[in-house]
Ligand binder design. Structure first.
Ligand code: PEP
Ligand code: MN
Length: 690
């Protein structure tokens, strides 16, 4: 090439640069118009998306491209991205919390210029929000930043269209109490890059993340001589090659990272699958609300009931309410072998009445429901022939949800006569009995479950010997209070968390699940880590914040009847737990205050039969607190079984006279043995007599 050629090329490149600036200016002008439309939409009721208009735009630009001999595919690709960006930007107008003058701190897993970093930038950029991005080595560390409050969002990949779900992130969602507030899609488009523009044949080593090697295996087969070096992530591969400054070394990674490190892209589009997308979720400490006009998705975790067709029934709730499922994933429950949780995504906003109704139905159909969040669905440009487009037509001024979902079919069961105060607990919403699973035990079916142990955990030897004894006599679950609600502040208050460890150890040693009381909200999560059932004591039956908190954890709850509470009040208290998504509630009759003073309380056994009529929840009886006197406990326990209770809660102590609480009503070991023997002689009511 002579100098004249060089000058010509420089001139042409200058013109190209000018044109690029012009393209950017045009996009900026287009976005200004988009913002003006968004302002108009903000004052009306029309939905953000207009699928018919989006299709028309794409068809017009494709036609224009064809006329000029440009690839229509390229035109569609570019404009799909521009439309997606515009839709997100319009949605941001309706979300006051994403004010553009704020800086949002985001943690992610990986290094700068990794796909997570790029996708996080795209996510905030589309909303016109400034970001500060903090890369961490692991997903856990990224989430830790969020929990510590040092960032506003954690931005994590949740699935890839080629590799599938990212299990670690699903498990984090299950264990933590974080909310999904957004999603983003990123097209994975790996390239091979090096420090100089060299022929591919001269490459001697290729650096990449293991997934990079896997996803580009077909291309790499054309470089058989090149040695492979595994890196922690793609951006580390790129950075290493940039630092080595050796043109025989190349890295596989995002072209954006290559550009940032001054590398030359030797080949683009080297992945086996060219259509490879990763979906990311933005997590926050608290859920965010979104305007119902924004097309949203909602994500849930559900635990199914222990009955045939349980999952199918949950999915039917969504389709019966006209909601379309976009994802279903099952994951094992951490620490609970052979138990599974289901992750569900569907189109809809929890602010929408239809979704609220579906969630109510789901709380009856499932045993545990955790709403992970409602968030704007990332707009992927619709395909010309999609059903969504065919159906859209004249409905484009309807609220967003109505555009994409068919009208609901009539509900299968008429919930007309449900109690207003406790619709989920009401028998009218569920004919079948609820069965609560605790390890391998079922509470609420035809079995009779005995929970026994001391009122308070007092020492290792006391709880260990009691556990051994009650287990030998046929008890199923070990009880023991560690946070004690005592009438006088001077009385023994319980051993607290050290007592919980003693209880958990005794449960393990004797092979029994354990139940213990929680008295305050802060105790709920730490106690749920070690106890199998959380007890809400009589004095806390109407401690509503406490009820809500146990409603959010995935642990069975034993709800005792309040000292002077009616059955209706008791069921309304249970409803607080159910309404939060935890359907694993066991009711416990423990006696009420009456004028009678011969017993500590009056054990209301008629409550058992009343409850069986009014609710589907299991009912157990505590004759220890119900009578307050050792001698009365066994006969009342037998009576409880005879009238159809699903189980008992009994206080037992090695030396009741020395007990630090409730000695008068605690049974000795021999007394407990004879209670259990007598129980065998009591016929439980048959299904018809129940
Ligand atoms: C207990 O079970 O030890 C207890 C304190 O029960 P209640 O809440 O029924 O008094
Ligand atoms: Mn007690």
């Amino acid at each position: 090439m002579n100098e004249l050629d060089n000058a010509n090329i420089a001139g042409l490149r200058g013109s190209l640069d000018e044109l690029d600036q012009e393209i950017i200016r045009s996009i900026a002008r287009r976005l200004e118009l988009v913002d003006q439309i968004a302002q108009q939409k903000a004052s009306g009721s029309a939905g953000i998306r207009d699928p018919r208009r989006e299709r028309d735009v794409l068809e017009r630009v494709e036609a224009a491209a064809r006329e000029r001999g440009i690839s229509a595919v390229l035109a569609r690709h570019i404009f799909s991205e521009i439309i997606a960006h515009s839709v997100t930007r319009q949605a941001a107008f309706l979300s006051p919390s994403s004010a553009a003058d704020r800086e949002v701190a985001v943690s992610y897993q990986g290094a700068p210029h990794s796909y997570s970093d790029l996708a996080a930038q795209k996510y905030l950029g589309a909303m016109g929000v400034r970001g500060r991005f903090i890369g961490r080595r692991t997903f856990q560390e990224a989430v830790k930043e969020l929990l510590a409050g040092s960032v506003d969002l954690a931005f994590l990949p949740i699935e890839n269209t080629t590799a599938g779900s990212i299990n670690q992130v699903y498990d984090l969602l299950q264990e933590s109490d974080l909310a999904i507030v957004g999603e983003e899609m990123w097209k994975v488009d790996d390239c091979l890059a090096s420090t100089e523009e060299v022929p591919l044949a001269s490459i001697q080593r290729v650096l990449a993340h293991p997934q990079g090697f896997e996803q580009c295996s077909a291309f790499l087969a054309s470089l058989p001589a090149a040695q492979r070096v595994i890196c922690f992530d793609a951006s580390e591969a790129i950075r290493s090659v940039a630092e080595l400054r050796d043109p025989t070394q190349a890295a596989i990674g995002p072209p954006e990272a290559a550009a940032a490190h001054g590398l030359h892209v030797l080949r683009r589009g080297i992945a086996n699958q060219t259509e490879n997308f990763t979906r990311f979720v933005a997590l926050a400490r608290t859920p965010q609300r979104f305007d119902p006009r924004i097309p949203c998705k909602t994500s849930l975790i559900i635990g199914t009931r222990h009955e045939r067709g349980a999952l199918l029934r949950c999915l039917a709730v969504l389709s019966d309410n006209g909601l379309s499922l976009t994802k279903l994933e099952s994951r094992p429950r951490p620490g609970r072998p052979w138990e599974y949780m289901f992750f569900i995504d569907f189109e809809g906003n929890v602010e929408n009445e239809r979704v609220a109704r579906a969630l109510d139905d789901l709380r009856v159909a499932a045993l545990y429901v955790k709403v992970l969040g409602t968030y704007p669905a990332k707009a992927t440009a619709p395909e010309p022939e999609s059903a969504e487009l065919r159906d859209a037509g004249a409905t484009s001024t309807e609220p967003a949800d109505a555009q994409t979902a068919p009208p609901p079919s009539p509900p299968t069961k008429a919930p007309a006569l449900r109690s207003k105060q406790y619709k989920l607990a009401d028998r009218a919403s569920r004919q079948e009995d609820t069965v609560v699973r605790v390890g391998n035990l079922l509470i609420g079916d035809s079995s009779f479950v005995v929970m026994a142990g001391p009122c308070s955990v007092e020492s290792q030897s006391q709880i260990q010997s009691t556990a051994r004894h009650v287990r030998e006599q046929g008890a199923h679950i070990l009880r023991g209070g560690v946070f004690k609600p005592r009438t006088s502040p001077y009385a023994f208050q319980g051993l607290g968390y050290s007592g919980l460890d003693l209880l958990a150890a005794a449960g393990k040693a004797s092979g029994m699940p354990v139940i213990t009381e929680v008295m305050s909200q802060e105790q709920v999560r730490p106690v749920a880590e070690k106890a199998d059932i959380l007890q809400i004591g009589a004095r806390n039956m109407q401690n509503f914040p406490l009820l809500r908190e146990v409603g959010r954890v995935n642990r069975p709850v034993l709800l005792k009847r309040g000292l002077s509470s009616t059955i209706e009040e008791w069921l309304a208290a249970a409803e607080y737990i159910l309404a939060q998504g935890n359907g694993q509630v066991i009711l416990c009759e423990r006696g009420i205050r009456t004028f009678e003073s011969a017993t500590r309380n009056t054990l209301d056994l008629s409550a058992v039969v009343v409850l069986k009529e009014r609710t589907h929840l299991p009912v157990v009886v505590d004759p220890s607190h119900g009578t307050g006197k050792r001698a009365y406990v066994a006969p009342m326990a037998w009576a409880a079984r005879a009238c159809g209770a699903h189980g008992l809660l009994i206080e037992v102590h090695p030396e009741p006279d020395k007990a630090m609480s409730d000695g008068d009503q605690s049974l000795t070991f021999p007394e407990f043995a004879s209670l259990m023997q007598g129980l065998g002689a009591v016929p439980a009511p048959t299904a018809e007599r129940r």
